[in-house]
Ligand binder design. Structure first.
Ligand code: UDP
Ligand code: MG
Length: 311
C-alpha cells in the first residue's frame, strides 16, 4: 500500500480549513481504488487565530490529519519545506488551504504519474478576480524571469504540485535559506507534466500577500535564480568607462585646437550626478547578493517547531 501526503501551509486559515478538509476528502475518494492511503499535514505558520484548535478537532475525528506548528511565522516557503521533510510517503502534494488549488485535479494528476512523470505541476491560465495592476506586474515579473534565469519558471505557476519520492528527495536536498520554491522545482529537472486551470477565488479568509510583499518576493526569485543583474552592472560600468575615455579625448582635442576657456560646467555636473547614480545602482545590486550570501553563511534553521502544537 502506498501513501499520499497532502501538505497544507496555513497562516490564519481557521475559516478555510474546514471547507478545505471536506472538499479534499470528497475529491480523494478515488485513492482507495488505487490502494493509496491519505495523510494530511497542516503546517501552522505562526497563525494567531484558531487554526490550531480547528486542526485539532479534525485530528480527533480523523487520525490521518496532522499538524506541524512553527514557533512564529516563517513564511510559506519554510512551511512547504517542513511539510516535504515530514512526508515519508511515496507521493506528496502541496496545496493552499483556501481551495485556490482545486483538489478535484488530483485524479487527473495521478493519471500522469501512471504515465511515468516524476511531478505534475499546475498553472493558472487566467487571473480573474485579481486586481489588474497585480496581474500586470506578475506577468512582467515572469517575462523578466524568462530572460534573466536559465531555470524555467512558468507564468502563472502554482506551488500546487504532485511529486514522486525521487522528486521530493531532490527538493529536500536543496537546503538553501533563501528559498524560492517555484525556481527550485524547475531547477531539479525531471519529467514534469503541466496542467492548466482557471483561477479560482479564495474560499474564505483573506490573501496574505500585500503588493509590497509580492515585490520583495519577486526580488527574492530573481536573486535566487539569476546572477545576470551582476553582469548587467559590470556591463554598465564598462560602457561608462568607454564613454569617459571618448569624452577625455574630445576635451583634449578641443583644448588644443580651439584653446577653449572654462565652459561646459553644466554638462560636467550632469555627468557626475548621472555616473554616481549608476554607481549606487550597481552597488545596490551587489549588496543584494552579498546580503543573500550573508544569510546563507549563517546557516540558520529554516523553521523552528513548537512541539506542544504538533500532532
Ligand atoms: N501562507 C503561509 N505562510 C505565510 C503566508 C501564507 O503558510 O506567511 C499560506 C496560506 O495560509 C495559504 C497559502 O500559503 O494556504 C497561500 O497564501 P495566500 O492564499 O494568501 O496567497 P495567494 O493565493 O493570494 O497568492
Ligand atoms: Mg490563495
Amino acid at each position: 500500500m502506498s501513501e499520499l501526503t497532502v501538505i497544507v501551509p496555513c497562516k490564519n486559515e481557521e475559516e478555510a480549513i474546514p471547507l478545505f478538509y471536506d472538499e479534499l476528502i470528497k475529491d480523494t475518494a478515488f485513492l482507495a481504488k488505487r490502494n493509496i492511503d491519505l495523510k494530511v499535514i497542516f503546517i501552522n505558520d505562526g497563525s494567531d487565530d484558531g487554526t490550531v484548535s480547528v486542526v485539532r478537532k479534525l485530528h480527533e475525528k480523523d487520525e490521518r490529519v496532522h499538524l506541524i506548528s512553527f514557533s512564529r511565522n516563517f513564511g510559506k516557503e519554510a512551511a512547504m519545506y517542513a511539510g516535504l521533510k515530514a512526508a515519508d510517503s511515496d507521493y506528496a502534494v502541496i496545496m493552499d488551504a483556501d481551495l485556490q488549488d482545486p483538489p478535484a485535479l488530483l485524479e487527473e494528476m495521478f493519471s500522469y504519474i501512471d504515465e511515468g512523470y516524476d511531478s505534475v505541476a499546475t498553472r493558472r491560465v487566467t487571473r480573474k478576480g485579481e486586481p489588474p495592476i497585480r496581474s500586470f506586474f506578475a506577468r512582467r515579473f515572469y517575462k523578466l524571469m524568462q530572460k534573466l534565469s536559465d531555470t524555467k519558471i512558468m507564468d502563472g505557476a502554482r506551488d500546487y504540485r504532485l511529486m514522486t519520492r525521487q522528486f521530493i528527495d531532490a527538493v529536500l536536498a536543496m537546503t538553501e535559506y533563501n528559498r524560492f520554491t517555484k525556481g527550485i522545482f524547475g531547477w531539479v529537472g525531471y519529467d514534469t507534466k503541466w496542467i492548466d486551470f482557471e483561477n479560482v477565488d479564495r474560499s474564505a479568509g483573506k490573501t496574505k500577500w500585500s503588493f509590497w510583499g509580492l515585490v520583495m518576493y519577486s526580488l527574492e526569485g530573481i536573486t535566487a535564480f539569476s546572477t545576470k543583474p551582476l553582469i548587467l552592472s559590470s556591463l554598465i560600468g564598462m560602457l561608462f568607462c568607454f564613454l569617459a575615455f571618448v569624452m577625455v579625448i574630445f576635451i583634449i582635442v578641443r583644448r588644443l585646437v580651439f584653446g577653449d576657456p572654462v565652459a561646459g560646467w553644466a554638462s560636467t555636473v550632469t555627468i557626475i550626478v548621472f555616473v554616481s547614480g549608476v554607481q549606487f545602482f550597481c552597488t545596490g545590486i551587489l549588496g543584494q547578493y552579498i546580503a543573500k550570501a550573508y544569510l546563507e553563511v549563517k546557516n540558520r534553521p529554516l523553521y523552528l517547531k513548537n512541539e506542544k502544537n504538533c500532532f
